[in-house]
Design a protein around this ligand. Structure first.
Ligand SMILES: [Fe+2]
Length: 294
């Protein structure tokens, strides 16, 4: 089957477009690459956009963009998707820098945008804000975690990296331990969007940058057990949670285990079901506050 190889962008509806643009440019350090009346495109360093903002009544993540490889055939991918009984659409020039796109909805109604990236638009490296490497992953609360997990695996080609019990799945589509996270909940909604930083030093300056701009951490810094990444979480002006992370586990697909970055307790660390142990959330001990569930 043709599977997606990378998350390219996430699209959010948000009531106050200007305030959210200011957050992504001045605080996170993304570059505004295109602005339309009710939309904004924001880039990290390589792709034309990693974040798309569209004006809407309330804040939510409504679309996710995924790249297939240049040698993959989009028509074959569309046929493969339709064979699961999923209604697909084909769009030409739907967004800046994207020529052809196949779209369809996942079981919770988020629109999947699958395309090939032929044109790159390297951005000038920004000199203000945090400037993450890239959009790393998007996490959702979902009503039916098993069903949505199966969808990402069977339709888009994701692999399961880990489960926490039977309520929280971590799925990869490339070397990174997770690109999509799904957590069982009474509601379908966005949980957090994560951007990758270089290292611990970058995380320190990121925390200072957040603080100097009036943003307080909701949780962290800490080190997750699952994925082993360093993390901090804060809330963006539109109310959605942003994670900044570094040192996320990377999978060696041929060997079937995650390379230690910098260490693991299981040696080798293979995909598994983690018990509901505080270590799975944070090896450093501090548990998430109720704020993380809001
Ligand atoms: Fe995360």
């Amino acid at each position: 089957m043709i599977g997606v190889k990378k998350i390219s962008h996430a699209t959010y509806e948000t009531p106050d477009l200007d305030q959210q643009i200011e957050y992504y440019t001045d605080v996170l350090g993304l570059t505004l690459t295109a602005r339309e009346k009710d939309a904004a495109f924001l880039a990290s360093t390589l792709d034309h956009h990693s974040v798309v903002l569209r004006k809407g009544d309330h804040s939510s993540c409504v679309r996710l963009g995924f790249q297939v490889a240049l040698e993959d055939d989009l028509a074959t991918f569309e046929k493969q998707t339709a064979a699961h009984g999923i209604k697909t659409q084909r769009k030409s020039n739907p967004e800046p820098s994207i020529a052809e796109m196949v779209t369809f909805e996942d079981p919770k109604g988020t629109v999947m945008e699958v395309f090939k990236r032929a044109d790159f638009t390297p951005q000038k490296y920004p000199t203000k804000g945090i400037v993450p490497h890239k959009l790393g992953h998007v996490a959702f609360f979902v009503k039916e975690v098993k069903k949505v997990t199966d969808f990402y695996c069977n339709v888009l080609g994701f692999r399961v990296s880990d489960w926490m019990g039977d309520t929280f799945s971590f799925l990869r589509c490339g070397v990174d331990h997770h690109t999509i996270n799904l957590m069982q909940d009474p509601e379908n909604r966005h949980f957090h969007t994560a951007f990758e930083l270089r290292d611990w030093g970058h995380m320190l300056t990121a925390c200072d940058t957040l603080s100097l701009n009036g943003y307080k951490l909701l949780w962290g810094p800490g080190r997750h057990g699952i994925g082993h990444n360093l993390f901090t979480y804060h809330r963006a002006p539109n109310g959605l949670i942003t994670e900044l992370f570094a040192q996320l586990d990377q999978m060696n697909e041929e060997l079937g285990y995650f390379e230690p970055r910098p260490w693991h307790r299981d040696r080798p660390q293979k995909p598994k079901v983690w018990q509901k142990d505080p270590n799975a959330s944070n090896y450093w001990g501090i548990m998430p506050t109720e704020e993380m569930r809001k």
